[in-house]
Design a protein around this ligand. Structure first.
Ligand SMILES: Nc1nc2c(c(=O)[nH]1)N[C@H]1C(S)=C(S)[C@@H](COP(=O)(O)OP(=O)(O)OC[C@H]3O[C@@H](n4cnc5c(=O)[nH]c(N)nc54)[C@H](O)[C@@H]3O)O[C@H]1N2
Ligand SMILES: Nc1nc2c(c(=O)[nH]1)N[C@H]1C(S)=C(S)[C@@H](COP(=O)(O)OP(=O)(O)OC[C@H]3O[C@@H](n4cnc5c(=O)[nH]c(N)nc54)[C@H](O)[C@@H]3O)O[C@H]1N2
Ligand SMILES: [Mo]
Length: 767
């Protein structure tokens, strides 16, 4: 083993971003042998006339920068534009069973999928199949079902609007609302939680609000890794003297100190900007107690005559203040500080920052949504904002920082297992068929149906379902019972190896590549996390002639499945303008004149009614909603219990592992690590490098256990540990989720340490 492959923990003392990021960008382009192609791609990424970054959903800046990309966007692009290819020879060489032995990283590094493949049970190999035959097989399987509800249609959030819209029409015409999607594991608590509170299940800020905010809160979100372009906004805000409050169990490096790779002066002078003015070291799941403490301070200040609440806004626009007040005043500071792990003094200080600011933005990520009460926790953020009228004025609002680049757009155009009657009526009127009315399955329900044998078919539009979902072993077994699995994808992943009796892998044209149809070059559209819709045009030649645009795959699946359909699938598959016209008809309120408006190179904003202080809730008001108590997860009465957050490293994109390093957290060449507080280690007689197993507390008869994990002494709060997703997904029980949204509580798994029987990667610890 070469030295650089040695597993090591070496705390990162430099600011995040800067030359480290610049170096990492060049390295990944070189590794994927795409320095020239990749560099050219970077010039077109997020520029008018170019394509949208395939990585995160953060909006583009106003194109005043020549380059609008980040280190992790460059990684995503390099891995998409890679020279490596998965060809039929690879599948000749390895059986599926042999491929299963390989790591996720190895599978990813095999490169782009190049032709459609079908599983052959006689040889346990994937073999080439003609596109025609693949679609015919899908059609036969779907038609053979007793009920359309026996099929599960997954969507991952990279799918563009045009594709997602047609996919949802096809599936509803087929007859089901079974739309499990990646959002069900992600920001579903935002979609379901904010809706009854403020009448929209999305964020309410636009990018320019960062320029007017007087305070910014970043809660449970690792910005420097997962939406690095947002660092620019935070750096600018700090330079203006805006306080930034960070609430996180991990002192995420980039949020502490950051050098902007695009700031020539900072780069040249090795300068950097301190980001957080206040780092709140919350316990896992302790945010609710903090919010209640903050609200309590505001109520008390108001009573003391300080005008801490925006009473004009509250009287005119909201309902439920008295009940909220009664709830908030019930808790003692002793309980608030015990459960949050944060001192009364610090909570009062950040409440003071909030009270002083005339316009506040609250950003949050998976640290808020992935708890058992994720949806109602999101509502408490809305409460906090409403108390000071932080909706519908410049510089203020709620900012859920979304994941996949078009996950928000997919929901807007119909990927929704709980569609509204109003939407279904419009689909009926525009397309002339009667869509199913009963709600369909989200991710957990889809898995339960597979396990019960009631689901027979799984079709995955992008993503890596098997690997992203909870309860790995159980989910693998459930999926293996299916009659047909279909993976529509750019890259080979484990989801394709966990297959049904019949199985297909269908390769697609990627985001950065040119879509050509009989009607000429086409573009697609994307909605970012701030409701801005823009065009995305690939610039590279498709990886081979044998891959198809995703939209064509949808249309041809539909034609093979619904021979009597009156929907002109063959026209839509050629001319994406026709699809946009239909989107405009189904969504006249937000997408009117779509084809005209999309001509603006900067795109256009979908209407966000709370920005106008309009509330599309049943009572027409913004509602203060209650979450009694201070806990967001069921307490476990055992002092040995630790709360485990499963998180992303700096070198991964969800289930795609770019390398085994996590630079900002100081971890190299090992992903099987557990970050733990020093005193928790002492209590258990563990030292740096100790190897442990973890077991989940659950009473459903399953033993959930992961072994061979190396302990790292890390500034975690007491009782909180963290490790990487997806390796730790076997510990996440399928029925451990937020009831409102169905989102698995991946940030708060109750576990205990058990002796290890496995060997682990030896790890060096540097000072
Ligand atoms: N490079 C890169 N970019 C990505 C992704 C990627 O994998 N790689 N994934 C994309 C996707 S789909 C998504 S959803 C986003 C995810 O982006 P994030 O929301 O940043 O996701 P995570 O890394 O899972 O965890 C977020 C943070 O939650 C904190 N946390 C854990 N528990 C708690 C808690 O109880 N309270 C608080 N306050 N914080 C807590 C963790 O310490 C961590 O800093 O990023 C998107 N962008
Ligand atoms: N324990 C735990 N589990 C989690 C999470 C967690 O924090 N902890 N996070 C959850 C979250 S937030 C999310 S969003 C999910 C992610 O779940 P998914 O979205 O299902 O997973 P990804 O890893 O993003 O999917 C990667 C695959 O997508 C395919 N792909 C990439 N680009 C394209 C494209 O342009 N078109 C097509 N058709 N395919 C493409 C490639 O084949 C690649 O292998 O995981 C969830 N699971
Ligand atoms: Mo996500």
């Amino acid at each position: 083993m070469s030295k650089e492959k040695e597993a090591e923990f070496k705390p990162y003392h430099h600011p995040a971003g800067g030359w480290g990021a610049a170096g990492a960008t060049a390295k990944v382009l070189m590794e994927q042998s795409v320095l020239v192609k990749g560099s050219r791609g970077l010039l077109s990424m997020n520029q008018p006339g170019g394509f949208k970054c395939p990585s995160c959903a953060f909006p583009d800046a106003d194109h005043h920068k020549k380059l609008e990309f980040c280190e992790n966007g460059a990684k995503a692009l390099a891995h998409e534009a890679t020279k490596a290819r998965v060809t039929r020879e690879l599948f000749e060489k390895y059986t599926v069973t042999e491929l299963m032995e390989r790591s996720d990283y190895w599978l990813e590094m095999q490169g782009r999928l190049t032709e459609p493949m079908r599983y052959d049970p006689k040889t346990d190999r994937y073999v080439p199949v003609a596109w025609e035959d693949a679609f015919a097989l899908i059609g036969q399987h779907l038609q053979a079902l007793d009920s359309p509800h026996q099929a599960e249609f997954y969507t991952s959030g990279r799918t563009a609007n045009e594709t997602a819209f047609l996919y949802s029409i096809f599936i509803r015409e087929f007859g089901t609302n079974n739309f499990p999607d990646c959002s069900n594991m992600c920001h579903e608590p935002t979609s379901r939680g904010l809706m009854p509170a403020i009448g929209i299940g999305k964020g309410t800020i636009v990018l320019a609000d960062f320029e007017h905010a007087e305070a910014i809160f970043v809660i449970g979100q690792n910005t420097g890794t997962n939406s690095p372009r947002m660092m620019t906004n935070l750096v600018d805000a700090r330079k203006r003297g805006v306080p930034i409050v960070l609430i996180n169990p991990m002192p995420e490096r980039a949020l502490i100190r950051f050098t902007e790779p695009q700031d020539v002066l900072q780069m040249a002078t090795f300068g950097s900007t301190p980001i957080s003015s206040e780092f709140v070291h919350v316990r896992i799941g302790g945010d609710l107690a903090i919010f209640k403490g903050m609200m309590r301070v505001l109520f008390e200040a108001e009573d003391a005559g300080e005008a801490a609440l925006d009473m004009e806004f509250i009287n005119q626009h909201t309902a439920g203040l008295d009940a909220l007040r009664a709830d908030v005043m019930r808790y003692s500071w002793a309980d608030i500080t015990r459960i949050s792990g944060v001192s009364e003094e610090q909570i009062r200080r950040i409440a003071g920052i909030y009270q002083k600011s005339r316009a506040t933005v609250i950003c949050y990520g998976m640290g808020i949504t992935q708890h058992q009460e994720g949806s109602r926790l999101v509502q408490q953020i809305a409460n906090l904002l409403m108390l000071r009228g932080n909706f519908g004025k410049p510089g203020a609002g709620v900012a859920p920082i979304r994941g996949h680049s078009n996950v928000q757009g997919d929901r807007t155009v119909g990927i929704d297992e709980k569609p509204t009657p109003d939407y279904l009526d419009r689909v009926r009127d525009v397309f002339g068929f009667e869509p199913p009315r009963e709600h369909g399955h989200h991710v957990v329900e889809a898995l339960e149906a597979m396990e019960a044998g009631t689901a027979k078919i799984f079709i995955g539009m992008g993503g890596n379902f098997a690997r992203a979902v909870p309860d790995t072993e159980r989910s693998y077994a459930a999926m293996a019972k299916l009659n047909l699995t279909v993976g529509i994808a750019t890259k080979l992943n484990r989801g394709h190896l966990i297959h049904g009796k019949d199985a297909l892998i269908l390769p697609v044209v990627a985001r950065s590549e040119i879509i050509r149809t009989a009607a000429g070059e086409q573009f697609v559209t994307i909605e970012d996390a701030m409701s801005n819709v823009t065009a995305s045009r690939g610039v590279f030649e498709p990886v081979t002639q044998d891959v198809l645009p995703e939209t064509e795959i949808v249309c041809r699946m539909a034609m093979a499945t619904l021979p009597d359909s009156k929907t002109p699938w063959d026209l839509y598959m050629q001319d994406y303008g026709l699809i946009r016209d239909k989107i405009a008809e189904v969504y006249p309120g937000i997408y009117a004149d779509f084809s005209e408006r999309i001509k603006d190179p900067k795109g256009f904003h979908l209407d966000i009614p709370p920005r106008r202080r309009v509330w599309r809730t049943p009572n027409g008001k913004a509602n203060f909603l209650l979450l009694p108590g201070l806990e967001v997860n069921t307490p476990v009465e055992d002092t040995a219990m630790l709360r485990l957050a499963t998180i992303r490293s700096h070198d991964q994109y969800n289930t795609t592992i770019y390398s085994n390093n996590d630079r900002y957290r100081g971890v190299y060449n090992n992903r099987l690590v557990i970050f733990m507080n020093r005193d928790d280690m002492k209590d258990r007689a563990l030292e740096n490098g100790a190897v442990i197993g973890l077991e989940t507390y659950s009473d459903d008869g399953y033993r959930r256990y992961v072994d061979g994990l190396t302990v790292i002494d890390y500034p975690m709060p007491r009782g909180a540990i963290a490790g990487y997703y997806p390796e730790l997904n076997p510990l996440l029980p399928l029925d451990y989720f937020d009831e409102v949204s169905g989102t698995p509580a991946a940030k708060s798994i109750p576990v205990k340490i058990v002796p290890s029987v496995a060997s682990a990667v030896p790890m060096r610890f540097a000072g």
